[in-house]
Design a protein around this ligand. Sequence first.
Ligand SMILES: CC(=O)SCCNC(=O)CCNC(=O)[C@H](O)C(C)(C)COP(=O)(O)OP(=O)(O)OC[C@H]1O[C@@H](n2cnc3c(N)ncnc32)[C@H](O)[C@@H]1OP(=O)(O)O
Length: 444
Amino acid sequence: MKIGIDALAFNVASLHLPIAVLAEKRNIDPEKLEKGLGLLKMTFPDVHQDSVVFAANALTKLVEEHRIDLTQICRIYVGSESGIDNSKPIASYLSALMEQKYGDGLLQNCDVVDFTFACIGGVDALQNCFDFVRLNPDAQTIVVTTDRAKYDLGSGGEYTQGAGAVAMLVKANPRIIAFDTHWATDTKGLFDFFKPYRTISKTEITGSDQNPEWLGQLEQQIEIHKDQPVFDGQYSNQCYMDRTRGAYFSLKKQLGFQGTLYDSWENIIMHLPYAFQGRRMLSEIFALDSDGKIDTSDLKSVAKSDAYQKFVAQKLAPAEKASSLVGNLYTGSIFMALLSALSVALENQSVLEGKTFGFLAYGSGSKSKVFQGEVQTSWREAIAPVNLFETLAKSQELNFETYEKLHKKEQQTGVKNPKSEWVLDRIENDNPVLMGARYYKWID
Ligand SMILES: CC(=O)SCCNC(=O)CCNC(=O)[C@H](O)C(C)(C)COP(=O)(O)OP(=O)(O)OC[C@H]1O[C@@H](n2cnc3c(N)ncnc32)[C@H](O)[C@@H]1OP(=O)(O)O
């Protein structure tokens, strides 16, 4: 039985800052960001957008574009590291919003839950739904990834920000891609990137955490959970390489594959926290799995070689195109990379039917999963409604001053008027038994 992704939809933050503007303001060589890391634009949320809004918008698009009957959906599983509540999952908000729009009780028998493991939570949710459909071949399930990658102003992560969601229908006999049953995992509990609760004094609260609405009411010592992570960028790169290498060779062993595994992959779909992460991290696997044809002792030379550049252009570049225009979507990045590769192939009228894609997922903390899937015959018609690059081209450009105000939560009114989308309406601040509850509404 073939099981995999039947349909895809996405929603990213409606605003963006050109990377060249950020580079100029931060005194960084724009060529480093554009040609070194592959960054062109960084999406940024408006005042009424959060991880629930992106997820609900992507899910609504999926439902409408593919005329999904919600009563037939057994599961809505969410991957996210941008939860807005320690108890109530984003999936619970989503079921309420879908019933608000399409009818009360429609999802009464649907299982909903969130998965959190940094950027790999969406892949965990996908694997879980994949296994569920194997046991229940008639079941239809939905996976939604949603995140906001936010870093401190002026930090080394600032230029890798982004925000948005990808939703996908996972079922038997999928139109887009069917996954192999072999999934390899490599795990090690590390601190390369995390978002801990921290006890800090009131005077330590600076910059974007100075939200005037709640700061005045605080005790001297408080425990806060910042959106921005604690991270060591170069160490996280090393962890990324170590885990993906481990999972890649574990998959090769599981498959009993003779020869060079990546040669059998038409495209390689990786977790892309920024567009060129994959090409910067993969040279080691490229050399190690080349049957001794490539010298592994000098990876810088491998990365610069003609053979590697050709490999990147053929197998990685199509998946990078959207990332350059969007930025980091954390859990959604690997699925945006898939959408990008498929959309580029659609534009180029490439033949993908029957071709294998390799997937290298990574989540800090740290875990990698490597797996593969075969593109199905109806991928074109299933992907056509997405209009990925046309939609991204409509993003509204921010000026630098407004970007900083949004980042510091000083912007009170929305920058762009919402249309045909979900928005955060209000957060309860009076009623003690509903304190902090978030309310969303659909704007026609
Ligand atoms: C969250 C996760 O998924 S974990 C994995 C990634 N980690 C993150 O995303 C955490 C947040 N981000 C960060 O920490 C940082 O932004 C990082 C790690 C992504 C990048 O770190 P930086 O120190 O800014 O950049 P770094 O020095 O690593 O790389 C710059 C690249 O640009 C290249 N470069 C520099 N100047 C130029 C130029 N003028 N023209 C062309 N290329 C240039 C460099 O050679 C280098 O590429 P190479 O190593 O492939 O040769």
